[in-house]
Design a protein around this ligand. Structure first.
Ligand SMILES: [Zn+2]
Length: 286
């Protein structure tokens, strides 16, 4: 770069300052995983949805039930949207989930709702890819750093009109499920949890990267629904996201979502989380 400013004399000292965690999360209420696992042990399957390759479907999961997203047939990445099924304005907040838990989430961590409710909407109770950790490239699985592949970015970069990006798949699925038009449904589609996707940021340029997902048929990610959920899952046109997305080039596979209801009484005194406790006065007298 020709317009790079000259570094100050103490540039190295400034760079050497150690970082601090923005949101130390020791005070986050811990998910009662042992209770969830005990309830899951005797839960029975009540629903299942097969997500076709390069397409999306919706599912409803009442608070207190479990849902499992499984790889079937071949390595496939999924883009997940979650809403409060009774109020679609309350939806998954990828950015704050990232700020609280880091770039990728796994067992015991939560998907948080948008402001002003900011409460847990789903808790990961099992992750068969939990062994992956962070690889030598800085990559890991189940990210909350990507947005979702969409036809607008594709048009911006390549001038094309590809219709089976996750954004479009999720929009079609939400419209079909709710009876909204595509134009009504589209603004509800939001930044996703990238299920099974292996991603990170390059150390030299800070760019978002993806690499072949380590997921194999039989692997799954399982959640406990903290509130009444409407979900939509898109089987990304990128397949395992080893080469490209936003096209019909990659090998793509379906994904399976199963819903499990716990036996009466096994959740003991568990209650769906209340909305955030901030008084919402924003500095003005009430
Ligand atoms: Zn996608």
């Amino acid at each position: 770069m020709t317009d790079m400013p000259l570094p100050p004399a103490d540039a190295d000292d400034r760079r050497a300052i150690k970082p601090v965690i923005c949101y130390p999360n020791e005070t986050l209420p811990e998910a009662p995983l042992a209770l969830y696992k005990a309830a899951r042990a005797t839960a029975t399957k009540v629903d299942e949805v097969l997500i076709p390759a390069r397409d999306a479907r919706c599912l409803e999961v009442p608070a207190g039930q479990f849902f499992r997203i499984s790889s079937v047939e071949g390595p496939q990445v999924g883009d997940l949207n979650l809403w409060n099924s009774k109020d679609l304005s309350e939806r998954f907040f990828s950015g704050k989930t990232r700020a609280l838990h880091g770039t990728h989430i796994t067992t015991g961590e939560r998907m948080w709702t948008s402001l002003p409710t900011l409460r847990p909407m789903a808790t990961i109770v099992e992750d068969t890819l939990g062994w992956y950790g962070i690889d030598a490239f800085g990559g890991s699985v189940h990210d909350v750093i990507g947005t979702r592949c969409d036809p607008y970015t594709g048009n911006l970069l390549a001038g094309d009109h590809y219709h089976y990006c996750c954004h479009s798949n999720l929009t079609r699925a939400l419209a079909a499920h709710t009876g909204m038009s595509l134009q009504e449904a589209e603004p509800y589609v939001h930044d996703v949890l990238n299920v099974f996707m292996c991603t990170g940021f390059t150390r030299d340029t800070g760019q978002y990267f993806m690499k072949a997902s380590p997921v194999r048929p039989g692997d799954y990610l399982e959640f406990f629904a903290e509130i009444d959920l409407l979900g939509a899952l898109s089987a990304c046109p990128g397949g395992d996201c080893s080469s490209e997305h936003s096209s019909d080039t990659a090998a793509c596979y379906p994904m399976l979502v199963e819903v499990f209801a716990p036996e009466e009484g096994t959740l003991r005194d568990w209650k769906s989380p209340t909305i955030n406790g901030y008084d919402r006065s924003h500095g003005l007298a009430r």
